[in-house]
Design a protein around this ligand. Structure first.
Ligand SMILES: NC(=O)c1ccc[n+]([C@@H]2O[C@H](COP(=O)([O-])OP(=O)(O)OC[C@H]3O[C@@H](n4cnc5c(N)ncnc54)[C@H](OP(=O)(O)O)[C@@H]3O)[C@@H](O)[C@H]2O)c1
Length: 263
């Protein structure tokens, strides 16, 4: 692939690691990030790892000058959160937005100038089905992914004249050790419903599609001359994304409630 240089954020585990592995096999030069590269288990020997904490603007500013030219930016790193919105401490709402939105925007702003000068570039964001429809007890996570969808689908229009493409990958459940902070309190009025939701969500992630399936979709997007704005991927995700756009909203909400209630 012409030795294209790819930066994969959050390349230490899960989807990011699978993307890095597949792109290496395809001949790309892969740069990866982790909050602490020293602690990565099973490092990919040909990946050059850098430290990056998206919650810390200084870490982003320190990384960018070390990277050189990046042809493809894959904004994969992210975290989850489970809990009723009313009870998530406001500083935790802010910190999830720092990681899943502001950090990504900051990094993208820093990499765009070189792409614009070259009149060429590709930015791929790991969004989610949670960026397409709301799911109770992951309100903050959904908020971050909806925001990513809105910002980067808009950015797509701004940078198109410079030959830069922007694409969302929208996975359903993927079997990874996805880091999700939990705010579920036994004394809460929400407890019973939140507990059921958490059990179903944990099960869905455990039995989700392998991360390699998402990596294959990323490779597919890279090979497209004129990729679409969004690509749902994995299990029911493409069908659910389609249905959520054509069905009445109340019906979509009813399906969501049924999916996350006790059978
Ligand atoms: N798993 C799913 O079902 C699913 C579904 C839809 C979308 N997604 C999205 O896919 C992406 C990857 O998730 P995953 O399932 O592969 O989870 P994961 O295995 O927990 O991987 C997340 C990656 O993000 C990095 N990361 C976490 N916090 C960070 C921070 N503050 N700054 C920089 N890097 C950070 C982690 O690296 P270090 O720990 O090494 O720092 C890790 O490599 C996320 O954006 C997630 O929202 C996942």
């Amino acid at each position: 692939m012409d030795h294209k240089r790819v930066l994969v954020t959050g390349a230490s585990s899960g989807i990011g690691r699978s993307i890095a592995e597949l792109l290496l096999q395809q001949g790309f030069d892969v740069l990866g990030t982790s909050r602490d590269p020293e602690t990565i288990k099973n490092k990919l020997s040909e990946v050059k790892y850098f430290a990056l904490d998206l919650q810390d603007p200084k870490s982003i500013d320190a990384l960018v000058p070390k990277l050189g030219d990046i042809d493809i930016l894959i904004n994969n790193a992210g975290q989850g959160q489970i809990g009723p919105l009313e009870e998530v401490p406001i500083e935790k709402v802010r910190s999830l937005f720092e990681v899943n939105l502001f950090g990504i925007v900051h990094l993208t702003q820093a990499i765009l100038p070189s792409m614009r000068k070259k009149r060429n570039g590709l930015i791929i964001n790991l969004s989610s089905m949670s960026g397409i429809f709301g799911v109770g007890f992951t309100s903050v996570y959904c908020g971050t992914k909806f925001a990513v969808e809105g910002m980067f689908r808009s950015l797509r229009q701004e940078v198109r004249p410079f030959g830069i493409k922007v694409v969302m990958i929208e996975p359903g459940y993927v079997s990874t050790g996805f880091e999700q902070e939990r705010f579920i309190d036994k004394s809460s009025d929400y407890y019973e419903n939140a507990k059921i939701f958490k059990a179903i969500r944990d099960h869905n992630i455990e039995t989700g599609v392998p991360p390699q399936e998402v990596a294959e979709k990323v490779l597919f997007v890279i090979k497209q001359k004129d990729p679409k704005p969004g690509y749902p991927v994995g299990g029911d995700a493409p069908r659910n994304a389609f249905l959520s756009r054509i069905l009445p909203v109340r019906l979509v909400e009813w399906f969501q409630r049924r999916k996350f209630s006790k059978k």
